[in-house]
Every structure is written in structure tokens, then in C-alpha cells.
Design a binder for this molecule. Structure first.
Ligand code: ADE
Length: 248
């Protein structure tokens, strides 16, 4: 069983509708979240909206592991681009995740999760490679149609560090502070590293895929809202369908 999480409905695309159309689904409510169990593109899944933030992601991941006994967890959604090479419309697949707002210094090094001796949590290499292929296939198939939406010449897929924190980054200063502290960070969001920590602690593989909705600067709130309304769901549906079909 694969757990699939997103923060907001647009970030799940047509996944739950597709599961309902494909066959019987069961819906359970736990801790104010709905969990939909069924088959998506031939894969047995439990799909849920975690809502926004690290606590929301951590509690939901924990429920997926304990109540549904998932074999792996995938998070899909949008993120702010941090690295100068990462543009709106690009996709980032996380190799590793870190909590950029975690700082117990001087007791522990900045970013380190106290008593775990670790600041970077690796995503599953196998799942991430499959996600990367699904993203490339999606952009190859749909890239020309998507280009008209963005300033970038051609949307691209990146792999690397994704950072998470309980803060929407929407200023030049905030963006520069992230770049200074974490020069290899590609994208910023608010859930992935919390999921990755929980999955690490329970030995469950996880992966995170994020479409870039904004570049974490002063234009981020408007860019985020527009992206979410216009196209986030097209990306999620396109990537998830290709990823899931390749798993069967
Ligand atoms: N998710 C999408 N854009 C974001 C941003 N700029 N900061 C934090 N999370 C985000």
C-alpha cells in the first residue's frame, strides 16, 4: 500500500476522482483528516490531505504508517524556488530534505534534529528515480502546452535538497537568508522534511515531488495563488498518473 499526501486539494489533482471512477473506495476519518483507500492507476493507495505545515505533515504521516500500514509515502505539491536555476513551472524531486527553521544551537548544530544526530533526511532513491522519470515524461508530453503559462523557456526537472519550515517565504530578504544558509537548497515548502523525519524514524521509504509555484520573493503570494488555481492540478495529475502506471 502506497500513502499519497498533499497539503491542499489542487495538489492532488484528479487522483481521488480517478480512484472513485476506477472502483470501490473506502473513506475513513481520523484526527480531522479523510483517508481515501482504493486503487489509483492500478496501485493500491491511501490518499489524504495533510493540510499545511510540519506538524500537520508529521501527524498525517504517522497515521498513514500506524493506521494504514503503508509501505511507502509520497508527497506531491507546490514549492517556492530557492536556487537561481529553479523557475516557476519547473519540478523538483527531493533527494534530501531539511527543516530550515529548526535551530537548537548552541545545544546542537543549526538545522540538526536534536538527539537524532541528523539534519538531512534522504528520500528513497528508488521512488525518487521513478518520480524523476515520471516528471520528465510529463514535461516531454505536455511541456509545449505548459510553456505558454510561464516566463521560462522550457520547464525542467531538478533533483536535490528541498527545505521545509513553518513559514511562507515571500521576501527578497527571506529568500537571500535561505540561499546564504543553504546554498544547495533548490526549493522551499512547509511539509516535506517533517514527513521525511517521521519516515526515517519508522524506517518507511518516502519521496517528495514539488512543482515550483513562485520564487519565494515579494511576488510569491500572487504567483502561488495564480499557479494553484490555474495549473497545479494539471502537474500533479500528469506526474502521479505516469508514476503510478510505471509501478504496476
Ligand atoms: N510553498 C509554495 N511556495 C512557498 C513559499 N514561497 N514558501 C513556503 N512554502 C511554499
Amino acid at each position: 500500500m502506497l500513502g499519497i499526501m498533499a497539503a491542499l486539494p489542487q495538489e492532488l489533482g484528479d487522483l481521488i476522482a480517478g480512484m472513485r471512477a476506477a472502483g470501490e473506495v473506502e473513506t475513513l476519518t481520523l484526527g480531522q483528516r479523510e483517508y481515501t483507500v482504493g486503487e489509483a492507476h492500478g496501485v493500491r493507495c491511501v490518499v489524504t490531505l495533510a493540510r499545511i505545515g510540519k506538524v500537520a505533515a508529521a501527524t498525517t504521516a504517522s497515521a498513514l504508517i500506524h493506521a494504514f500500514n503503508v509501505d511507502a509515502v509520497l508527497f506531491t505539491g507546490v514549492a517556492g524556488g530557492v536556487h537561481a536555476d529553479v523557475q516557476v513551472g519547473d519540478i523538483v524531486v527531493a533527494d534530501a530534505l531539511l527543516q530550515h527553521d529548526l535551530d537548537a544551537s548552541p545545544l546542537f548544530p543549526r538545522f540538526e534534529v536534536p538527539l537524532l544526530d541528523k539534519s538531512r533526511f534522504e528520500a528513497s532513491a528508488e521512488l525518487s528515480a521513478a518520480l524523476f522519470s515520471a516528471c520528465e515524461a510529463f514535461l516531454a508530453d505536455e511541456g509545449a502546452a505548459l510553456q505558454s503559462h510561464f516566463a521560462v523557456v522550457r520547464p525542467r526537472v531538478h533533483r536535490g535538497l528541498v527545505v521545509s519550515g513553518d513559514r511562507f517565504i515571500a521576501s527578497h530578504e527571506g529568500l537571500m537568508a535561505l540561499r546564504d544558509a543553504l546554498p544547495d537548497a533548490l526549493a522551499v515548502e512547509m511539509e516535506g522534511a517533517a514527513l521525511a523525519q517521521v519516515c526515517y524514524e519508522y524506517g518507511v521509504p518516502c519521496a517528495v515531488v514539488r512543482t515550483i509555484s513562485d520564487t519565494a520573493d515579494a511576488a510569491a503570494p500572487a504567483s502561488f495563488a495564480e499557479f494553484l488555481a490555474a495549473i497545479a492540478s494539471t502537474y500533479s495529475s500528469g506526474v502521479l498518473s505516469r508514476f503510478l502506471r510505471a509501478q504496476t
